[in-house]
Design a binder for this molecule. Structure first.
Ligand SMILES: NC(=O)c1ccc[n+]([C@@H]2O[C@H](COP(=O)([O-])OP(=O)(O)OC[C@H]3O[C@@H](n4cnc5c(N)ncnc54)[C@H](OP(=O)(O)O)[C@@H]3O)[C@@H](O)[C@H]2O)c1
Length: 307
């Protein structure tokens, strides 16, 4: 099978096509013929050696995948050959989504919701799982709360905005000027520039995808008893500063969860949640996708089309 591999850590051009054996599904696993793979920020961080552990080379990156079940392993009965499935299997261990075939535990996959193309489905899992776990599992979001979402036009942010608005929250997003209308179209009530979160007041839940200075600016606008959830890891200085502000501090480290994907299916099928795909690349242009993504201004998600 063709796969986009790295033989070591490095710049985007480290990614190149190679022929690898088709993996075999083990107990409880299925072999997925990958139709599309989402390109997430963790992919380029991992390629550069800054994120997940890579046990050996050549390594196949990529976690978000959508495709068709091509074979089932011993004891796997949740899906049949030919079923359309998607998910973010194995994270943070390697899933090998940048390949024509990938093997995944069937419990970490869900059926592709009706009406979604494979490319759209591949844009969903990591952003949506991160958004759900941040808003509802850590953040305890309820209708009527005010939610501040930094990077509201990004892969994670654009899903956070939609899920929060759908749950009845009042959403304020940060974005560059060119993304203002896009973020409003997702259901945000207000959009401010990235460095202007101090203009926003009385926030119940703030989502910080960047870490650093933005996190500390958010503490000033979250009400006492509210929560800031970062996606970038927190240290003692974050927790100390949050405590001083009488704000709760949370950190999302996304986990595979097919139950959450199943719960999102009606929202996706009804168009209440819509993944935005800025650009689609063939597998052989994974390096170009990383180059563009790393510039930090993609709207929604980039996807590799393997079909
Ligand atoms: N911990 C976890 O489990 C987890 C899971 C998923 C992602 N993450 C992390 O969350 C972050 C976001 O992920 P992603 O997939 O959404 O990335 P992404 O799609 O690459 O983010 C791109 C977005 O970042 C925005 N941005 C640029 N400069 C910004 C700034 N100074 N402040 C706020 N936003 C800014 C851009 O908005 P404009 O173009 O409008 O400027 C763009 O829309 C990444 O750092 C990723 O590693 C963590």
């Amino acid at each position: 099978m063709r796969a986009a591999v790295i033989d070591g850590f490095g710049t985007p051009d480290t990614l190149h096509l190679a022929d690898l054996p088709v993996p075999r599904p083990g107990p409880g696993e299925v072999l997925v013929e990958v139709a599309a793979a989402g390109v997430n920020a963790i992919d380029w961080a991992s390629r550069a050696g800054r994120a997940v552990g890579v046990p050996s080379f050549p390594a196949v990156l990529g976690w978000d995948l959508a495709g068709t079940v091509a074979a089932t392993g011993p004891g796997a009965g949740r899906f049949a050959v030919g079923d359309a499935v998607y998910g973010m299997p194995r994270f943070p261990a390697l899933a090998g989504a940048y390949a024509e075939y990938a093997v995944a535990p069937e419990t970490e996959l869900a059926a592709v919701p009706g009406g979604l193309t494979m490319v759209e489905a591949a844009a969903v899992p990591m952003p949506a799982l991160t958004a759900w776990q941040t808003l509802f599992e850590l953040g305890g979001l309820t209708a009527g709360q005010r939610v501040l979402v930094a990077g509201a036009a990004g892969g994670v942010g654009h899903i956070v905005v939609q899920l929060a608005a759908d749950a009845g929250a009042e959403v304020i997003g940060t974005a560059s000027a060119r993304n203002r209308d896009f973020v409003l179209s997702l259901g945000a009530k207000e959009v401010v520039a990235h460095d202007m979160v101090r203009e926003v007041g009385n926030v119940d839940l703030a989502v910080d995808p960047m870490g650093g200075a933005e996190y500390f600016r958010m503490l000033d606008v979250v009400r006492p008893g509210g929560i800031v959830v970062t996606l970038k890891g927190e240290g003692p200085q974050h927790r100390r500063a949050a405590q001083e502000h009488r704000v709760r501090a949370g950190f999302t480290y996304v986990q595979p969860d097919s139950g959450v994907l199943d719960r999102l299916a009606p929202l996706l099928a009804e168009g209440r949640l819509r993944p935005h795909v800025e650009r689609v690349f063939p597998l052989g242009e994974a390096a170009q996708a990383h180059e563009l993504g790393e510039q930090g201004h993609v709207r929604g998600r980039l996807v590799l089309d393997l079909s």
